[in-house]
Design a protein around this ligand. Structure first.
Ligand code: C5P
Length: 329
């Protein structure tokens, strides 16, 4: 019997990029937040060997470049089992949209395989395999509100934010994350010049910015709205949104992606104009989201954006508890 599983999306609330490491990756700091938008998947085991990926969306690769393929091979090997893994993906999430779709698909595959086989990997083995396949995978082993460090793969559960109303605007633009990081490097070099001294200066500035992120997150989540009990969860959500704006938490990728795709900056502006308390690019884009004070205002904004020709959907953030409850729904 195939196992059905939901692969939820994530947004990034703030993302700071440090200087390129010797291994080519960039240290970063981010707060990941899972949301209710998802792909539906079905995973099954058949006789034989190898992996088969079935997806109607032509943009989804059906070979070993697919994260589901890579994780399925590793899970089968780690659990020392043989069989052909058949994975159906019903794609709703944007491809290369900065919402972790491919990463979430891979974790859903891992969880479904464990369930099919009636065996579980040790938690550290799960994390090792997830991080090996991609920087954005491990967050989906936690769900809810997650702190991301290292190259994004070093994850720590944060106390969950209350449910927030969100509008996600998607576009046909596909942003390559590795290209966005390379463009970030070029932009930093242009700003600070070349040469060893400039390199040191860039590294110092980058490291200052990384610690600046910790201060901003402290100002946001260690602030009054979390300490003082509010009247209701709606009040707390509203106060958190205000504090988020005040704390100046931003996504560094906007500085490289918006100049290349001015239409995405316009989408952010449109979200703000329609009442978002906070709006940002998610990951390296191209998805842009806005956080709203109420479900009604989010729905109205999504309708207005769609009427303007911007593809938008009203959704909600997903706490850890809801993430794990709904994943098998
Ligand atoms: O880990 P993931 O497969 O998502 O990374 C894709 C590419 O993005 C990497 O090959 C690397 O070029 C870039 N990257 C980076 N720094 C990170 C994460 C990814 O430079 N923290």
């Amino acid at each position: 019997m195939p196992v059905g599983v939901c692969a939820f999306a994530k947004i990034n609330i703030g993302l700071k990029i440090g200087s390129r490491r010797a291994d080519g990756f960039h240290p970063l700091r981010t707060v990941y937040q899972t949301i209710t938008l998802h792909d539906r998947m079905r995973v099954d085991l058949a006789r034989g060997t190898g992996v088969e990926i079935r997806c109607k969306d032509q943009r989804v690769p059906d070979d070993e470049s697919n994260t589901c393929w890579r994780i399925a091979e590793r899970v089968m090997k780690a659990l020392k089992v043989r069989g052909r893994v058949v994975i159906h993906v019903e794609k709703t999430l944007p491809v290369r949209g900065g919402m972790g779709g491919a990463s979430s698909n891979a974790i859903a595959t891992l969880l479904a395989l464990e369930r099919l086989l009636g065996q579980q990997l040790a938690p550290e083995e799960r994390l090792r395999i997830a991080a090996e396949v991609g920087s954005d995978l491990p967050l989906f082993l936690i769900g809810g509100t997650v702190l991301g460090l290292g190259r994004g793969e070093e994850v720590y559960p944060l106390p969950d934010l209350p449910e927030l109303n969100c509008v996600v605007a998607t576009s046909e633009i596909a942003v390559s994350t590795s290209q966005a990081f390379a463009d970030w490097d070029s932009q930093e070099q242009e700003k600070y010049g070349k040469g060893q001294a400039a390199g040191r200066l860039t590294a110092t500035t980058a490291s200052d910015k990384l610690s600046g992120f910790s201060r901003a997150v402290f100002a946001w989540l260690g602030g009054s709205s979390t300490g003082v009990p509010a009247k209701g969860s709606g009040d707390r959500a509203e106060a958190l949104l205000l504090d988020l704006v005040r704390a100046g938490i931003e996504n560094d990728f906007e500085n490289v992606v918006f100049p290349q795709h001015p239409e995405l900056r316009a989408v952010k502006r449109a979200l703000e104009r329609e009442g978002a308390a906070y709006a940002s690019l998610s990951g390296s884009g191209s998805s842009v989201y806005g956080l709203f004070k109420s479900a009604d205002s989010a729905k109205t904004a999504a309708n207005r954006l769609n009427a303007e020709g911007i593809s938008a959907v009203a959704t909600k953030t997903l706490t850890k508890r809801e993430y794990w409850k709904k994943i098998w729904a």
